[in-house]
Design a protein around this ligand. Structure first.
Ligand code: 2AM
Length: 523
């Protein structure tokens, strides 16, 4: 025990450069520099993983008056952090795991901000023998939710409470207030709630963080967030390509339009940054930055997880999946370059439409498409909740996405209101506000999709969102033909419009197949 202030205990004063105020490297390289002499449990929470998200989250916690213990696999990063960005703050570095654990107040809360995958398992394996019953491990990484389900179950058997928390907002969000989506062992929530709700973004006096649900629910909701993010981004890109391809506007001109759109229904982080991006000039060429950036999109896999999971739970999230396929298609650059020399588009693009009218149509098409992709995301969460046994509060999820995260947008207030008003709403499109909004914009949306088709402008997300809308609102679809075909070639049977649901019929279509249905001969 020491009498000194544990927050800065025995840390040598950093040597700062008088001119720049920056910390000189020799001040931070002394071995054992950060071994805390403090053996009392002084830290409210510990964070493992000092990449930028972990560091920023710690600084955010410290800025709220919390004392935070910090650890990293590569110990020199702890040294650098404690003597650098964390200097003078209530942050305690530890150079081994037992010391780190000894710094934590009970029940101990350890947040992992390490690379998703084996690093999480490695730290869980090292930590769990050092922890006591009722201690809490939180995985704040971008983990695939089935891994969280597995870890939560395994740790519950050791009486360790495991939480998988999706954290969104990038580096800046982590520092100033992210969106946090925690799920897992609900017994952990009372101890975590004051910390997480304090460090999260706040909108309308409410934190963008609340308990999501059991098992992998937190990471699942974060995954759907990312899927929606893929769709949002793709739709914005399509609006850009329509304004550029059909109207021939320059990047800065389109940037000004996005800036304008950001004042209305489309007010969102992604709209705002797109406006800024489009106005940026390349320092080397003097051209707009976007014109010198190669048109092949990368991805880290969360959109793919969302799409695969949508198929698993039977959710028609076609626009989200289309956004993933769009990135994949974009990555086939060499093939596209060759194909562009061979495959022709329409010869006659027709007359250029009136600028202001077309800009407004594209705005409405973007809004309508966006509503559909969110409708798909929420519908998918409803179907997954039923499949995995989670009780999800969709109004609360909308609030969590309202601030801090990449898809933060003013219209999430409308989504929150929709689900607060009717928790069992089967589809966002059936809420009065959204039924009206899409009804108002649908003709503009159809005209934009038609214009894109006629001119050969690639708009997969706008088109698939419209396909979703037209499919979902159809009382009778063409699936009767599919059922007839399935029954014809495979005796898969069908139900009839004039008989109760659940009664299945088979027709001997050719006169040769007899009356044996597939369920009979599959048995
Ligand atoms: P490092 O600084 O020692 O590389 C983001 O990469 C964070 O995850 C970093 O804190 C990094 O630690 C940590 N990390 C990545 N892979 C890891 C592994 N296999 N084991 C432990 N930590 C790992």
């Amino acid at each position: 025990m020491t009498e000194s202030d544990p927050r800065t205990a025995d840390l040598p004063a950093a040597v700062t450069d008088d001119q720049t105020g920056t910390v000189r490297s020799e001040a931070v390289t002394t071995p054992q520099l950060i071994v805390s002499p403090v053996t009392e449990a002084a830290a409210d929470i510990g964070v493992i993983g000092l990449a930028v998200m972990g560091e920023n989250l710690i600084l955010n916690m410290a800025s709220r008056g919390l004392t935070v213990a910090a650890f990293n696999r590569t110990i020199s990063k702890v040294d650098d952090f404690v003597a650098g960005r964390a200097q003078g703050l209530s942050i305690l570095g530890a150079d081994d795991l037992p010391t780190f654990v000894s710094l934590l107040k009970s029940p101990r809360k350890v947040m992992l901000m390490v690379k998703a995958g084996p690093a999480v398992d490695a730290f869980i394996d090292m930590l769990s023998p050092l922890l006591d019953s009722g201690d809490i491990i939180i995985d704040g990484g971008n983990t695939h939710f089935p891994d969280t389900v597995r870890r939560e179950k395994a740790l519950a058997e050791q009486d360790i409470l495991f939480v998988g928390a999706g954290v969104s907002g990038g580096e800046e969000g982590a520092l100033t207030g992210p969106s946090i989506m925690p799920g897992g062992n609900p017994d952990a929530w009372p101890a975590l709630k004051p910390i997480f709700q304090d460090i999260a973004a706040q909108v309308g006096g409410q934190p963008c963080c609340d308990w999501v649900g059991e098992g992998g629910a937190g990471h699942f909701v974060k995954m759907v967030h990312n899927g929606i993010e893929y769709a949002d981004m793709q739709m914005i890109a399509e609006a850009y390509s329509l304004l550029s391809g059909v109207l021939g506007l320059s990047a800065p001109e389109i940037g000004a339009i996005f800036e304008d759109w950001n004042k209305g229904e489309l007010d969102s982080y992604l709209t705002q940054i797109t406006a800024e991006i489009l106005k940026k000039t390349c320092g080397d060429t003097g051209q707009p930055m976007v014109d010198v950036i190669l048109d092949t999109a990368g991805q880290k896999g969360t959109g793919k997880w969302t799409s695969v999971t949508a198929l698993d739970v039977g959710a028609p999230a076609n626009t989200i999946a289309e956004a993933v396929f769009a990135r994949i298609l974009s990555s086939l650059k060499d093939q596209r370059v060759e194909a562009s020399k061979v495959l022709r588009g329409p010869d006659d693009a027709g007359e250029k439409p009136d600028r202001d009218a077309f800009v407004e149509q594209v705005r409405q098409a973007l809004y309508a498409s966006k509503i559909c992709s969110y409708a798909q995301g929420f519908q998918m969460m409803e179907l997954a909740a039923a499949e995995y046994g989670w009780k999800l509060d969709f109004g609360s999820i909308a609030q969590m996405w309202r601030g801090g995260c990449i898809i933060r947008a003013a219209f999430l207030d409308k989504i929150k209101a929709a689900f607060d008003g009717n928790a069992a709403l089967p589809n966002l499109l059936l809420d009065g506000y959204f039924t009206g909004a899409i009804g108002t914009s649908q003709m503009a949306w159809r005209q934009v999709v038609a214009a894109a088709a006629l001119r050969g402008v690639w708009t997969p997300a706008f088109s698939s969102a419209l396909a979703y809308y037209d499919g979902y609102r159809s009382e009778r679809l063409s699936a009767n033909i599919l059922q007839a075909q399935r029954d014809y070639f495979g005796a898969h049977t069908y139900e009839r419009v004039d008989k109760p649901r659940g009664e299945f019929f088979h027709t001997n279509w050719t006169g040769r197949g007899g009356s044996t249905s597939s369920s009979t001969y599959n048995a």
